[in-house]
Write a protein that binds this ligand. Structure first.
Ligand code: S3P
Length: 424
C-alpha cells in the first residue's frame, strides 16, 4: 500500500540517473550464460524480473555471481546442464519466452513455470513456431507450465502476425541451436536488443528492415554496460510534463530507436524535451534527456509506433488526461496480454480518479484536460507499470490517493519512489 501525496504547488527539479534496462539485463544474463568464458555485466538491473532470469540460468548450471549491487560476473563453458528442478520465471514473460527458445534445442528436458499472472499469458505465439522448427513442447491450453522435451531443431522461414520482441527473440535463440538458417519477419520492427547483443557477441546474425536471419553460432564472452531503461524513464517524463514548472534531467537513458516511441509522442503532444550527450554503449545508443513542463495537446497513436512504446501506454494514458483534446490509442490489442489486461486496468483506475477515458478493443480514448480528484484507493492489478502510472496520476490529483499492492514496482524498478522523491 502506498499513499501518494500530490506535491501541492511543487514542481519536479533535479537530475537522476535512470537504472538499468530490464530487457537488456535479461539478454545479458542469457547470452553470457551461452558464451564459453567469463563475461562481466555492469549496471545490471536489480528488478525482480531480471533476477528471475539469473535464477533460471543458475539452475541450468551457470556460475553467476552478483558482485556489488550492480555488477554481475557470469562464468560458463557455453553449455547448460539438465536442471534438477522446475524453472520458475516468476512474473517474467521475457524470461519464459526467451528461455523456451533456448531450451527447445537442448539435449535435455525442462519445465518452465511462473506466477499466477504468467500462467495466464499466451504461449501459443512461441509454441507454434518452435514446433515448426522441430521443438517438442506440451502445455495445457498453450499456457505455462511449459514441458519441453529437448530436440534437434532445424531453421525455418517464419512471418509472425504480431510485432513481439519476446516471440522474435525466442525464435532467433532457437535458431542459434538449429541446423540451417532461420529467417524471421514481423509486421513492424519490435525492440531489437537481441539482434544487437547477439551481433556484439559475434553471432552469425543479419537484419534488414523487419527481416532477421540467424545461423548456428558460438557466442564470445564480453563486457556489457547496460544502459538505463527508457520504459522506467517514461514515468518521470510523464510526471515532469504534467506538473507545472518542472524541469528535470534523466541521465543514461537507452535511446534505441525501437524503444523511443514515447519521445515521438511527447514531441507530437507539444512536450518540451531535449536530448543531451548522445553516445553508444555496448552496441546501444544512450543519452541524457532534459524534460520540462509544457501545455500538452492530444494526438492519435497507432500503427508502427505501437511496438516502440508498448510498455509506455499506461503512462501515456495519464499524460493524455492532461492534454487538450481527444487522444486516441489504436492497434494496441496486445496490451491486454501483458502482466494484466493493461487496457482494462488503466482505464478503470483513471476513471475512478475522474479521468474522461473509455476503452476500445485495441486501445483507449481520452478526453482532456480533466482535473483528477483522488481521495480514494486504486488498484495495481499486481502490475508494476500500473503501479508507477497511478503514482504519477496521484501527483496531479487534488487529494491524496492510496495505491494498493504498490510493491509490485519491484518487478522492474525498485528505486522508483526514492528517485521520484529526489526530484521533489
Ligand atoms: C520485451 C518485449 C515486450 C515488452 C516487455 C519486454 C522484451 O513484450 O512488453 O516488457 O524484453 O523483449 P512483447 O514482445 O510481448 O511485446
Amino acid at each position: 500500500m502506498r499513499n501518494v501525496i500530490p506535491p501541492n504547488n511543487k514542481k519536479l527539479r533535479g537530475t537522476i540517473a535512470i537504472p538499468a534496462d530490464k530487457s537488456i539485463s535479461h539478454r545479458a544474463i542469457m547470452f553470457a550464460s551461452l558464451a564459453n568464458g567469463k563475461s562481466v555485466i555492469n549496471n545490471f538491473s536489480n528488478g525482480k524480473d531480471p533476477l528471475s532470469t539469473v535464477s533460471v540460468c543458475k539452475k541450468l548450471g551457470v556460475d553467476i555471481e552478483l558482485h556489488d549491487e550492480k555488477t554481475v560476473i557470469v562464468k560458463s563453458n557455453g553449455k547448460f546442464l539438465a536442471p534438477t528442478e522446475i524453472l520458475d520465471c516468476g512474473n517474467s514473460g521475457t524470461t519464459m519466452r526467451m528461455m523456451a527458445g533456448i531450451l527447445a534445442g537442448q539435449s535435455f528436458d525442462s519445465i518452465l513455470t511462473g506466477d499466477d499472472s504468467l500462467q495466464k499469458r499466451p504461449m501459443k505465439r512461441i509454441i507454434e513456431p518452435l514446433a515448426l522448427m522441430g521443438a517438442k513442447i506440451t502445455a495445457e491450453n498453450y499456457k505455462a507450465p511449459l514441458n519441453i522435451t529437448g530436440a534437434g531443431l532445424h531453421g525455418i522461414k517464419y512471418s509472425s502476425k504480431i510485432s513481439s520482441a519476446q516471440v522474435k527473440s525466442c525464435i532467433l535463440l532457437a535458431g542459434l541451436f538449429a541446423d540451417g538458417e532461420t529467417i524471421y519477419n514481423e509486421p513492424y520492427l519490435s525492440r531489437n536488443h537481441t539482434e544487437l547483443m547477439l551481433k556484439y557477441m559475434n553471432a552469425d546474425i543479419t537484419g534488414e528492415g523487419t527481416i532477421t536471419r540467424i545461423k548456428k553460432s558460438v557466442l564470445t564472452p564480453c563486457t556489457i554496460n547496460v544502459v538505463g531503461d527508457i520504459s522506467s524513464a517514461a514515468f518521470f517524463m510523464a510526471a515532469a510534463s504534467i506538473i507545472p514548472d518542472s524541469d528535470i534531467i534523466l541521465q543514461n537513458v537507452g535511446l534505441n530507436p525501437t524503444r523511443t516511441g514515447i519521445l515521438d509522442v511527447l514531441e507530437k503532444m507539444g512536450g518540451n524535451i531535449e536530448i543531451l550527450d548522445k553516445r553508444t554503449e555496448s552496441g546501444e545508443i544512450v543519452g541524457d534527456i532534459r524534460i520540462k513542463y509544457s501545455d500538452l495537446k492530444a494526438c492519435t497513436i497507432c500503427g508502427d509506433i505501437i511496438p516502440r512504446l508498448i510498455d509506455e501506454l499506461p503512462a501515456i494514458a495519464v499524460l493524455a488526461t492532461q492534454a487538450e483534446g481527444t487522444t486516441i490509442v489504436k492497434n494496441a490489442e496486445d496490451l491486454r496480454n501483458k502482466e494484466t489486461d493493461r487496457i482494462f486496468a488503466i482505464v478503470n483506475e483513471l476513471k475512478k480518479l475522474g479521468a474522461d477515458i473509455i476503452d476500445t478493443p485495441d486501445g483507449f480514448i481520452v478526453n482532456g484536460k480533466a482535473s483528477l480528484n483522488g481521495g480514494i484507493e486504486v488498484e495495481t492489478y499486481h502490475d508494476h507499470r500500473l503501479a508507477m502510472s497511478l503514482y504519477v496520476a496521484g501527483l496531479i490529483c487534488k487529494k491524496e490517493i492510496l495505491i494498493k499492492d504498490f510493491d509490485w514496482v519491484d518487478i522492474s524498478f525498485p528505486e522508483f519512489e526514492e528517485l521520484m522523491n529526489n526530484l521533489m
